[in-house]
Design a protein around this ligand. Structure first.
Ligand code: GLU
Length: 472
C-alpha cells in the first residue's frame, strides 16, 4: 500500500489568480481527486513587501468558482514564522549554513574581475563569521555530486552540485527566504507530490538539499507543468495577455469550460475526446501523460470549448447561468426565455447572450454601424425588399404570426423584390439581412423567423417602416 496522495497549491499573493497558476492548481486538484487523496492550499505570504493580502480573497474565490475545492484549512506561511526560525536554527547548529556579510555590490565587483561568472562566489564560506545583524545565512552546497529527482512530466532531472551557488537561506534581518519555508512546509504537511509551474525547476535542487539538511523526508515525486505561451510563443504576461481568471468569469466563460480547457494544455485524453465533463477528466488525467513543452493558450479554442459547454447545459440551467449577465434584468430574462434554445445554440460566452435579445427588450434598439453598412448600405434592392416585406407581413393576420408563415412571407417578399437565383427561387440569406437589421439593429442574432414571431406584429412592422424611412 502506498501512502495516500497529498498535493498542494501554493500561491504567493503577489498577483491575482491567472490562467497559469490556475493550470497548476488544476493539475494538483485532478491528481488528488483521481487518487482519492487530499488537495491542500498554502498561502505563501512571507514576502511582506510584495504581498497584497486582498489578493488572497481573489485566489480563494477563483478556486471556488472553478470548483477546485480544498480539503483542509488553508495554511498561511505568515503565521508559521516560528517553525521556520526553528528550522533555520537547526541548519545553523548542523553547520549546513554559514554567515556572510558581502554586499551585492562587492559580489558583483569580484565576479566581474573573475570574468563575469554569475552567482555568489563563496567568499565567506571559510571565514567562520558569527551570526549578526546584516549577515545572511548561506547554504553550503556540496561541491561534488549531483542533486536530482523523478519528475513525472520531465523524467529524471538532475543538476551538478558544483553549479549551484551557496544560496541565501536567512536574510541579513533574520527573515527566512522563500525556499526554506516552501521546502520545510512540504515535508511538514506530508506532501507526496509537488506539482507546480516549470519556473521552479531550477530551484528544486536547492529545495532538495534543504530538505535533506533538515533531516526531513523528500516528496515522492515532482511534476513541473509546462509553461503557457501566447500566439507569439512568448510566456504569458499579465501586462500583455488576457490572463486574469476573474476577467474570464466576467466575460461569461463557464467554470467547467475553463477547467476543461486548462486540462487540455499540455495534456490530452487517450480517447481523443477533448470536450467533456470534468468528472471524466478526473478519471483520465495522468501527470505521466503531460507534455513538458510549452503549451499555447489559445483564446479561440477556449471560446470553442466554452460554446460547447454552454450548449451542453439543460435549458433551465442556461437561463439561470445567463441571468447575472442580463443588465436589463427581469424583462431581459423574460425575453431570453422566449428564445432560449435559439440563443443557447449561438453564443460562445454568456456575455454574448444579452446582445442577442436586447431587441426584444428595448423600444428603440441601438443600430450597430457595421451591420447597417453591410446589410443596408451595401445590400441589394433594400428599399424594394423592405417594402415587399412590410406588405407581405401586413397581409398576415395575428393567428398566422408563426415562424413558418413569417418565413413564407419573407420568402415571397424576396421574390417580389427580385432577390432570386437563376431558377427564380428566393435568395433568403441575402434577402433577410436588411430585415434583420431593421428589427434588431444587428446582422447576427437568433433565427430571424423565431425572432420576428416573438417580437410581435406591431413592433416588427413599425421597425420595418422606420427603417424604410431612414433608407429613403
Ligand atoms: N509560491 C510559489 C509561486 O507562487 C509556488 C511554489 C510552489 O508551488 O512550490 O510561484
Amino acid at each position: 500500500m502506498t501512502d495516500p496522495v497529498r498535493v498542494r497549491f501554493a500561491p504567493s499573493p503577489t498577483g491575482y489568480l491567472h490562467v497559469g497558476s490556475g493550470h497548476s492548481a488544476l493539475a494538483n486538484w485532478l491528481v488528488a481527486r483521481r487518487t482519492g487523496g487530499s488537495f491542500l492550499l498554502r498561502i505563501e505570504d512571507t514576502d511582506v513587501e510584495r504581498n497584497r493580502p486582498e489578493l488572497v480573497d481573489n485566489v480563494l474565490e477563483m478556486l471556488e468558482w472553478l470548483g477546485l475545492t480544498w480539503d483542509e484549512e488553508p495554511v498561511y506561511q505568515s503565521r508559521r514564522g516560528e517553525l521556520y526560525a526553528d528550522a533555520a536554527a537547526k541548519l545553523v547548529a548542523g553547520g549546513a549554513v554559514y554567515f556572510c556579510d558581502c554586499t551585492g555590490e562587492a559580489v558583483q565587483t569580484r565576479n566581474k574581475a573573475a570574468g563575469g561568472k554569475p552567482g555568489y562566489d563563496g567568499f565567506c564560506r571559510d571565514r567562520g563569521l558569527e551570526p549578526g545583524p546584516g549577515r545572511a545565512a548561506r547554504f553550503r552546497t556540496p561541491r561534488e555530486g549531483r542533486t536530482g529527482w523523478t519528475d513525472l512530466v520531465r523524467g529524471e532531472v538532475s543538476f551538478a552540485n558544483a553549479d549551484l551557488e551557496d544560496f541565501v537561506v536567512l536574510r541579513g534581518n533574520g527573515n527566512p527566504m522563500f525556499l526554506l519555508a516552501n521546502a520545510f512546509d512540504d515535508a511538514d504537511m506530508g506532501i507526496t507530490h509537488v506539482i507546480r509551474g516549470e519556473d521552479h525547476v531550477n530551484s528544486t535542487p536547492k529545495y532538495l538539499l534543504l530538505v535533506d539538511a533538515l533531516g526531513l523526508a523528500r516528496p515522492t515525486a515532482f511534476a513541473h507543468m509546462p509553461l503557457l505561451v501566447n500566439e507569439q510563443r512568448k510566456k504569458l504576461s499579465k501586462r500583455r495577455d488576457d490572463v486574469s481568471m476573474a476577467d474570464y468569469r466576467a466575460r461569461g466563460y463557464l467554470p467547467e469550460a475553463m477547467v476543461n480547457y486548462l486540462a487540455l494544455l499540455g495534456w490530452g485524453p487517450a480517447d481523443g475526446v477533448e470536450v467533456r465533463p470534468v468528472a471524466e477528466i478526473v478519471e483520465q488525467y495522468r501527470l505521466e501523460d503531460v507534455n513538458a513543452s510549452p503549451a499555447f493558450f489559445d483564446q479561440k479554442k477556449l471560446s470553442f470549448v466554452n460554446a460547447e459547454h454552454i450548449r451542453a447545459l439543460a435549458t433551465d440551467e442556461f437561463l439561470a447561468r445567463s441571468r447575472p449577465f442580463l443588465t436589463r434584468g427581469e424583462p431581459a430574462a423574460h425575453a431570453l426565455a422566449s428564445l432560449a434554445v435559439e440563443v443557447q445554440e449561438r453564443v460562445r460566452t454568456l456575455a454574448e447572450v444579452e446582445p442577442m435579445i436586447e431587441f426584444l427588450v428595448d423600444d428603440d434598439p441601438a443600430v450597430d454601424e457595421a451591420s447597417w453598412t453591410k446589410a443596408i448600405t451595401k445590400g441589394k434592392a433594400v428599399p424594394e425588399m423592405l417594402d415587399a416585406t412590410i406588405a407581405r407581413l401586413e397581409a398576415l393576420d395575428l393567428d398566422a404570426w408563426t415562424p413558418e408563415s413569417i418565413q413564407e412571407a419573407v420568402a415571397a417578399a424576396a421574390v417580389d423584390a427580385g432577390i432570386v437565383n437563376a431558377e427564380g427561387a428566393p435568395q433568403l440569406s441575402k434577402a433577410q439581412g436588411p430585415v434583420r437589421v431593421a428589427i434588431s439593429g444587428r446582422s447576427v442574432g437568433p433565427p430571424l423567423w423565431e425572432s420576428i414571431a416573438v417580437l410581435g406584429r406591431d413592433r416588427t412592422l413599425s421597425r420595418l417602416r422606420a427603417t424604410r424611412l431612414r433608407v429613403g
